[in-house]
Structure formats: C-alpha cells, structure tokens
Design a protein around this ligand. Structure first.
Ligand code: MRU
Length: 373
C-alpha cells in the first residue's frame, strides 16, 4: 500500500540484501518509522513487543527470523533453537506456528551450506503468498460489500438498496495491511470496494487496551482516503440497533476446523450484537490462519494474557509531541488483560478466504479446501 505516494509492504529486505526492515507499529499513528532487524533475537523481540503484530505479519516476521538465524549459524541445533525462540513470542495467532513449521520442514533435510539461501527464498515466498492471498480476500469480500450496497438494511431515515448512502462496515482491531504483508484481511475488501468506486464508510472500534483501531486502522484508512469514524469499543451495539451498520468484517488469529474464530478481545461481543440485530458478521482470513488440528475454539485455543499496565494506563502524544503514559485506575487496583476471545461459528455469517467465501463450518471450509478432507 502507499504511504505518502510510495509503495510499502510491512516487511522487506534491506538494500544490503540480508537485514530485514519492518515498520515500527508502536510509533504509529504519530510517526512512520522503519526498524532494522539483524538477528533472530531482534525478530523475536519485534514480535513480542508488538513492533509487528497481526497474525499474518507475525508469521512472515518469524520466517525472516529463521533466515537471520541461519545466516548466523546454519547448524542443525540452531534450527530448533531459533524455532523455539520465535514460537514462544506470542501464543494465539497460529500463523506463527505455521510459518515456523514451513521453515523448519524446509531447512532440516538440507545440507548446512544450502540453508541460508533456502531460508531467505522461502521467507520471501511466504511474504509474496500472503500479499497475493490478501488481495484475493479483498476481491471476494468486495463482492459482499457490493451485495450489501444493493440489498442493504434500512438505516434510520434511509432506504433499502439506496445508492445515495455509503455501505457502513464495522471493524474491530487492525486487520488491515499493517497486520499482514500487504492489503490486509478485513480491510482488503474495503480497499477493493473503494477501488471499485463503491461508497464505503468504516466504523473503527478503538480496540482497548492497545488501541490498534484508533492508532493503526484509522491511520491506514485516513492514508488511503477511505471514509471512517472512530468509535469507542462499546458503541457498536448501539449503532447496530439503529441500522447504522450494514455488515461487520473482522480478521482472525486462529480459525478452527469447525469455523470458530479467535480474534482480538471484544470481537465476540460485536458478533453477539450483530446476531441480535440481524447484521451480517463476516470474518476474513488466509488459509495460514486455519488450525486444522482443532475443532473447539473455546476449549483449545490458547488466549494470550498481556501485562496489566496496558489496561491500567493509556499512552499517547501530548500537545508538545512527547509520548506519555498516564494511569487511569486507582493505584491499588489490579487489572486482567485477556488479548483475544473466541467467537463460536454459530455467530459467524461467513468466512472470506483467498479461495472464496464459505460457511463458518467444517463442511464450508472443506468445500474450499478439499485437500483437507
Ligand atoms: O494483538 P494483535 O494486534 O496482534 O492482534 C491482531 C488481531 O487481532 C487481528 O484482528 C488479527 O491478527 C487478524 S489480522 C490479519
């Protein structure tokens, strides 16, 4: 995607051909800065400290982390050491495990002197594949937005099928190009719809506690010229009750073989409100986000718990441009910080993948991925 007229991906090889550059997402929306990764330890820290985040981008960064590890030491022991180090960074997004599996399976049988080139080539391949999958998700999901424009719900004072009002889409967290290598998952259909000239407007959940909606999704949409409005996390239900949301689209960090979806904390509550209000609730994801080994998301997906300081404090820039964190709770109060929740398949209207759309069910997924039967 373009930033100030220049094409960017979220991760790329430096001009020297070996170091890896990423956009430091902890600096957005106030500063657009890249950060150079020169070791597997730096790649692991970038994932753990969320300089990069979002399921597909975590996987891509881990793949390049393995390449950096091989450059330092291509011995057998370092494959498993690097794999374990990277796998321990974040527990929920399955793309991490998937990308590391791809890398280790490729590297282990190779002679040591062939591992560096192979690792860099596969990491680049994972990035290219992710960008292509997200673009395809965009095309399939844009058809859905086109349908919503033509058959949309009646907002207060509006008219079904009216083309004189935008399609209102609610999204949660950041599942845009910053969460992937390019294009995004939930936002890709919105970008493609925008390209097709469809009038879209996005309700952006701020997404406490880390505010990925306020800081990243809003920044992406503003940079791309897509109409949007930032809302507090608790506003979505009200908007849906008043016909102000035509559809919800979110991303996923892990989707089970039965179609349960694990995504940023608060996604489940949006799905509940959507269900109650009859608003379609769709989830966009590439195949690297499907965990075919599990069925029951509630029982089987590990939910990351992060530091309580993220809940007890808010961070932003003051008028003088200095970054500040301020405490918003009594000093005696502890906090719990669950980073993800599971939306059961029964609340999901459909999945949008690189192969097309399907029901959120084993049968639906197998129709798109028959090789998994
Ligand atoms: O904690 P984060 O910012 O890594 O969480 C990201 C999300 O929950 C996204 O919605 C998810 O990764 C899908 S994005 C392609």
């Amino acid at each position: 995607m373009k930033v100030d007229g220049r094409d960017y991906r979220t991760i790329w090889l430096a001009d020297d051909g070996w170091a890896v550059e990423i956009i430091d997402q902890t600096k957005l929306p106030h500063a657009f800065e890249s950060c150079r990764l020169e070791s597997v330890e730096a790649a692991a820290a970038a994932i753990r400290d969320m300089l990069v985040r979002g399921a597909p981008l975590i996987g891509a960064t881990a793949a390049y982390g393995m390449a950096l590890a091989m450059r330092a030491d291509a011995g057998d022991g370092n494959i498993s050491r690097a794999h374990e180090l990277l796998l321990a960074t974040r527990p929920t997004a399955v793309n991490l495990r998937w990308a590391l599996g791809e890398m280790s399976d490729l590297l282990t049988p190779l002679p040591a002197d062939g591992r560096v080139a192979a690792a860099y080539a596969r990491a680049a391949g994972i990035c290219d594949e992710d960008a292509a999958m997200c673009r395809a998700i965009g095309e399939h999901g844009a058809d859905l937005i086109e349908d919503a424009r033509d058959t949309g719900r009646v907002p207060d004072g509006g008219r079904a099928g009216s083309t004189d009002r935008p399609v209102n889409i609610l999204t949660h967290c950041n599942a845009g190009w910053l969460a992937t290598v390019d294009w995004g998952t939930a936002l890709a259909p919105i970008y493609v719809a925008h390209e097709r000239g469809i009038d879209v407007h996005v309700w952006v959940d701020e997404t406490r506690p880390r505010n990925q909606g306020a800081s990243l999704t809003a920044w992406e949409l503003a940079s791309h010229g897509v109409a949007h409005t930032l809302i507090v996390d608790n506003a979505g239900g009200h908007l849906m009750q008043h016909g102000m949301v035509d559809l919800c689209i979110t991303g996923s960090d892990r989707t089970t073989a039965e179609g349960d979806v694990c995504n940023k904390i608060g996604t489940y509550l949006k799905a509940l409100a959507a269900h109650d209000c009859g608003v379609p609730f769709h989830v966009a994801l590439p195949c690297s986000t499907i965990d075919w080994s599990i069925a029951d998301g509630l029982a089987e997906i590990p939910i990351e718990q992060r530091d309580q300081s993220e809940v007890l404090e808010v961070t932003g820039r003051d008028a003088a441009g200095a970054q500040r964190s301020v405490r918003i709770a009594p000093s005696a109060s502890p906090a719990a910080n669950y980073a993800f929740d599971v939306t059961p398949a029964r609340l999901v209207s459909g999945l949008i993948t690189e192969r097309g759309r399907c029901a959120a069910s084993r049968q639906g997924l197998l129709e798109l991925y028959p090789e998994r039967r």
